[in-house]
Design a binder for this molecule. Structure first.
Ligand code: 5RP
Length: 229
């Protein structure tokens, strides 16, 4: 199962906890997915308990839903509420704030929620910050029936592709939406915006993990604290 395991938990915790300082009473939050966002949700839960702030959360995955419920964060949906602030992790961030996401196979809902937010903050440790995107394969969520044809198209675009397999290797990873994920490894990505759009023209592709023109702020966690860009 594709997962960027780099970075350590104290830097992830510092980034997640710092982002929780941007949460204000009455906000509706987009709750990203992954080990860094886990710390953000945890800290929001603590603030609800200790300060009595009133928050609603829109989770980007079943995993985040369970963490939010564990911290008694009231859940809502995009049908019912707009989002004030979304906080999410990333697998790579470049200097223009383009991202690769989807190491946890949640990028489709993440893109919907993060895009809908009035403000979008990305939280990462230093290992995720790159000059150019592309060391991390681009996750592409695809309808199972379209996966073989989609791989051919992605290979024509220059990628080496693998269907993401479950950790026990007994079958493909199935997303929260019931689909497969193709991990498409390109060389350095010269134009993230164009590649993001091009991949989504392949029939059967639901969404890919390149996120462009969305990020307002990046919080980088280190062992000592945080840096903000
Ligand atoms: C899930 C994601 C995650 O945000 C990304 O994989 C980063 O995860 P982590 O914070 O565990 O390193 O995109 O689909």
């Amino acid at each position: 199962m594709m997962k960027n395991t780099s970075g350590n938990s104290s830097s992830k915790k510092n980034a997640g906890y710092k982002a929780a300082e941007y949460v204000e009473d009455g906000m509706v939050l987009g709750l990203g997915t992954g080990s860094t966002t886990h710390f953000f949700i945890e800290k929001v839960g603590m603030r609800i308990k200790e300060e009595g702030i009133s928050i609603k959360g829109i989770p980007t995955s079943f995993q985040s839903l369970l963490i939010a419920k564990q911290w008694n964060i009231p859940i809502t949906t995009l049908e019912e509420n707009d989002i004030d602030l979304s906080v999410d992790g990333a697998d790579e961030v470049d200097r223009e704030f383009n991202l690769i996401k989807g190491g946890g196979a949640a990028h489709t809902k993440e893109k919907i929620v993060d895009y809908a937010a009035k403000q979008f903050i990305v939280i990462v440790d230093e290992s995720k910050f790159v000059d150019k995107l592309g060391d991390f394969p681009v996750p592409v969520e695809v309808l199972p029936d379209a996966s073989r044809m989609a791989i051919k198209e992605l290979e024509d675009m220059g990628a080496e592709c693998e269907i993401r397999m479950a950790q026990r290797k007994d079958g493909p990873v199935i997303t929260d939406n019931g689909n497969f994920v193709i991990d498409a490894k390109f060389d350095k990505i010269e134009s993230p915006r164009h590649l993001e759009i091009d991949i989504n023209t392949i029939p059967g592709v639901v969404e890919n993990g390149i996120f462009t023109q969305m990020v307002d702020k990046v919080i980088i966690g280190t062992d000592e604290g945080t840096k903000e860009l």
